[in-house]
Design a protein around this ligand. Structure first.
Ligand SMILES: O=C(O)C1=C[C@@H](OP(=O)(O)O)[C@@H](O)[C@H](O)C1
Ligand SMILES: C=C(OP(=O)(O)O)C(=O)O
Length: 451
């Protein structure tokens, strides 16, 4: 775990005074917004991205594409029942350097854009936050080289680096080990239609994490008119093929970010309340959809209706034994709920979280234990034994999901202070206001529950 830069700002996480009853409109999905931007930028005609997430990760993506020549215009129409509100008009153009891309600490930007840069004319330099230098990128760099790109990197095979775009890329078959991040596969597939021979990605390492995110990539490519062969469609295991083709300019409405719905649904579970998330899609590739089963197993129940997804807690939280390798980004909030449960939990299959925004396994164990918890790291996850927690500072290591996890614990434990809650802006603009809005009098707190 890298040390958190010193932040003195501490946010007193509000304690719930009763069962939370609220409807919370969650902003758009980071993963969908950033894929939609890349696909629209590579299309042969303009397209629309409606209800985009406007957060640090997606604004960095938009800025990077603009730096390479793409037009992205922001329009706001009055939000009414029959309008989609805010939208981005994406106007593809000849991609070119010289340009500099700030990836921040966005995995989607640092992995999805080097293949785009290889299609540009001229040098594109990639740099980012200190943590971005430590996050794995070798799968993308080595694959692009094998497919014909020229890249100046360093002995670590990581950021910072420069892609010397040649205006086109041969493409073709390539083998990668994507066991440290599914984003390596998504990155190569997203730009694949624009490579001269398309691309065939063969994963040759250990278990691939975050398969729903690869399915999201495939679905969105197909929506943009690409032809994609997948293992699911009777192809070889761990092999994806994208044929060379033009991409269509689409009009896409971004779904709410279901992973960012996690802390709000957790509030219902932890306080024995009821929380509704409007616009929950009936069918989706987002990993957050798994929360329906996971939180139900932890003691609540949920219902998908016209109003959205309503999750109802019972006031009792059960521990869980779960393999989360497909839905790793849900782990911090699940760990927070597990720390408040009445039986122990084992979270497995998430060793790759050590290479996320921070080492999430080490950070969760340390911070929950400093509040009096009993969490140990295993080889591939966490073992969480419930114990009475007390207040204290919860450090967040520039990790949005550590901060939202801390807020969940704060609902049930007085005196939790979340360091640098502003880090939630990576994917969730104005989290503190959404959170206190959920708890506020308008939301209607019911009589005191188990908190
Ligand atoms: O492609 C995506 O949008 C994502 C894939 C996953 O990455 P990893 O496979 O690196 O875990 C996920 O954790 C990340 O938050 C978003
Ligand atoms: C791992 C995450 O992000 P990134 O897209 O930066 O990999 C995350 O959002 O949990």
């Amino acid at each position: 775990m890298t040390e958190s830069p010193a932040h003195t700002d501490l946010w007193p996480a509000p304690t719930a005074t009763g069962a939370v009853h609220a409807t919370v409109t969650v902003p758009g999905s980071k993963s969908v917004t950033n894929r939609a931007l890349v696909l629209a930028a590579l299309a042969s005609e303009p397209g629309w991205v409606r209800r985009p997430l406007r957060s640090r990760d997606t604004l960095l993506m938009a800025e990077a594409l603009r730096a390479m020549g793409v037009g992205i215009e922001e329009t706001v129409s009055s939000a009414s029942a029959d309008s989609e509100g805010e939208a981005w008009r994406v106007i593809p153009a000849r991609l070119h350097g010289p340009a500099t891309v700030d990836v921040g600490n966005a995995g989607t930007v640092m992995r999805f854009l080097p293949p785009v840069a290889a299609l540009a004319d001229g040098p594109i330099r990639f740099d980012g936050d200190p943590r971005s230098y430590e996050r794995p990128l070798h799968g993308v760099i080595d694959a692009l080289r094998a497919l014909g790109a020229r890249i100046d990197d360093n002995e670590r095979g990581a950021l910072p680096l420069t892609v010397h775009g040649g205006g086109a890329l041969d493409g073709g078959p390539v083998e990668i080990d994507a066991s440290s991040s599914s984003q390596f596969v998504s990155a190569l597939l997203l730009s694949g239609p624009r490579f001269n021979q398309g691309v065939e990605v063969r994963h040759i390492g250990g278990v691939l994490p975050s398969m729903p995110h690869i399915r999201m990539t495939v679905d969105m490519l197909r929506m943009a008119g690409a032809q994609v062969d997948t293992p699911e469609a009777g192809g070889e295991p761990d092999v994806w093929r994208v044929s060379p083709s033009a991409l269509l300019g689409r009009d896409i409405v971004v779904e709410p970010d279901l992973s960012n719905a996690a802390p709000f649904l957790a509030a219902a579970l932890v306080t024995g309340g009821k929380v509704t998330i409007p616009d929950w899609p009936e069918h989706t590739t987002q990993p957050g959809d798994a929360l329906r089963d996971i939180f139900t197993a932890m003691g609540g129940s949920c219902e998908l209706t016209e109003a959205g997804l309503t999750f109802t807690g019972t006031g009792r939280i059960k521990g869980i034994d779960a393999d989360l390798h497909e839905v790793g980004e849900l782990s911090p909030v699940i760990a927070a709920v597990a720390a408040l449960a009445d039986s122990e939990s084992v979270l497995r299959g998430i060793a790759h979280l050590r290479l996320h925004e921070t080492d999430r396994l080490a950070a969760l164990a340390k911070e929950i234990n400093e509040l009096g918890g009993d969490v140990t790291e295993t080889e591939d996850g966490l073992h969480i034994r419930p114990r009475a927690l007390h207040g204290g500072v919860f450090h967040t290591y520039e990790d949005h999901r550590l901060a939202t996890a801390a807020a969940v614990i704060g609902l049930a434990v007085e005196g939790v202070q979340v360091e640098n809650v502003a880090t939630t802006a990576k994917t969730l603009p104005d989290f503190p206001a959404l959170w206190t809005g959920m708890l506020g009098p308008v939301a209607g707190a019911a009589p005191a529950g188990r908190v």
